[in-house]
Design a protein around this ligand. Structure first.
Ligand SMILES: C[S@@+](CC[C@H](N)C(=O)[O-])C[C@H]1O[C@@H](n2cnc3c(N)ncnc32)[C@H](O)[C@@H]1O
Length: 421
């Protein structure tokens, strides 16, 4: 850790069952849900351990590794793979009434402590006497001195904020509504790019379906949102577009992706929804084809077939798509894309993503929608499918195969003793 890097404070939880392993093994762990927090821990950061069964909090520990996945494969019987290895800074202090202390400092596990907030917490956690003791207990242990030095730097107000105030948690429902296009300290994609994807869509998909180090591909990556999110979440990434907007995007047609069969861990695509948005003038831009024509679905189906070829078995493709209402005509683009996708992939789920930041999100358009009796598009579909050996992938568009339900026939009435719920 270089001197310039600020120290941040992180909180882990344990129970009576896991406390001993944490304190004796000096490894703290948690599940995937807090993975986005753990991978942001840097060697040298300060860590506290909260036993939620006994309402105690232990500290002060210092990370001796960066946070990561399966640092110790056998720890916690594999139940808590997101881990950091720590060492105590001086004697371990044990405090009761942890909940009260955490509440007082508005601490959540996805909210690292930074700057003056970390100082305030440290002062409450360890009195000045205790802090001095911490610095002198192990003579010659430079890390103790460096902690005090870091606290001094914090006190002088020189601490740069280099981490999100609150690290986004993974969505738990099938309705996603993100007020901003990006998250965190650095931009993800370009929020001025027409049809830019909300970055938290990619964030949620990669945290659910991949792990750090996995390879994610976006064959139509526009302004590079997928690339930026993957880099910030420690995934490997390849982004292609027919008309690249920056040097790290590879020029390529999504109907022919230059990657090996079965080599990719997840794909995300926010494809054109028809010819409503002018992305560029490239002749092979599928966004020049109307979603009212079958050609549009034929061309996107070629992209689907390529995605299936490069994905590893059982891995996921997330496809973002919206419907069209143009010149008094409704086209259910989302349903049609779902139908195409499920001829090649196994359905996993559908997320309804709220549409914000549309050019039609103005008072004038809302008034027109009321006066002329039409609806503005309020949501998009995020269709999640996975590659499965069970689906052979017929390229023939046929009748949709709906799941069949056993309906009660007239001639198959229940007798009086059966209870009908
Ligand atoms: C909705 S935008 C993607 C937005 C992107 N996810 C972002 O956040 O900036 C759709 C993209 O598909 C690209 N595209 C259209 N036809 C393509 C093709 N045949 N091959 C690759 N990309 C294509 C367009 O250039 C456009 O950038």
């Amino acid at each position: 850790m270089t001197k310039q890097e600020p120290v941040r404070g992180f909180f882990f939880a344990c129970t009576d069952k896991s406390e001993a392993e944490c304190l004796s093994g000096l490894v703290f762990g948690t599940e995937k849900f807090y993975g986005p927090v753990v991978i942001r821990i840097r060697k040298g950061d300060l860590i506290f351990l909260n036993n939620i069964t006994t309402n105690k909090i232990f500290g002060i520990f210092q990370a001796i590794t960066n946070g990561g996945i399966n640092l110790r494969l056998n720890a916690f019987n594999g139940k808590y793979p997101y881990q950091v290895e720590v060492k105590p800074v001086g004697d371990i202090i044990e405090k009761t009434e942890a909940e009260k202390l955490l509440y007082k400092h508005a601490i959540k596990r996805n909210r690292p402590l930074i700057g003056k907030y970390l100082i305030k917490f440290m002062e409450d956690f360890a009195s000045i006497d205790e802090q001095l003791k911490l610095a002198t207990v192990h003579e010659g242990d430079k890390s103790n001195k460096s902690i005090l030095k870091q606290i001094d730097i914090l006190r002088e107000g020189n601490m740069k904020i280099d981490i999100e105030e609150e690290i986004p948690l993974i969505e738990s429902t099938t309705f996603w509504d993100f007020p901003k296009q990006s998250y965190g300290l650095t931009p993800k994609g370009d929020n001025k790019y027409p049809g830019v994807t909300p970055a938290l869509i990619v964030y949620n998909l990669i945290w659910r379906y991949t792990q750090p180090g996995d390879l994610v591909v976006d064959p139509m990556c526009g302004s590079g949102t997928t690339i930026d999110v993957c880099k910030s979440e420690q995934r490997r990434v390849k982004g292609f577009d027919i008309s690249p907007t920056r040097p790290d995007i590879i020029q390529n047609d999504a109907r022919n992706i230059p990657l090996e069969d079965n080599s990719v861990d997840m794909i995300f695509i926010d494809s054109p929804y028809g010819d409503n948005v002018k992305y560029n003038t490239h002749p092979d831009n599928i966004g020049n084809i109307s979603s009212e024509s079958t050609e549009f679905y034929d061309e996107l189906e070629k992209v689907m077939v390529e995605c299936k070829r490069i994905l590893r078995d059982g891995k996921v493709l997330g496809w973002l798509i919206g419907d069209q209402w143009v010149k008094k005509k409704f086209t259910p683009v989302g349903f049609k894309i779902y139908e195409e996708l499920t001829r090649h992939f196994e359905p996993v789920d559908i997320i309804c993503v709220s549409r914000r930041g549309q050019s039609s999100n103005t008072g004038v358009w809302h008034n027109r929608a009321r006066r002329f009796n039409f609806f503005l598009r309020g949501f998009k579909y995020l269709i999640i499918v996975k590659k499965s050996a069970k689906i052979s992938g017929s390229t023939k568009r046929g009748k949709i195969q709906w799941a069949s339900y056993n309906r009660r026939r007239e001639d198959n009435k229940p007798n009086n003793s059966e209870v009908i719920i």
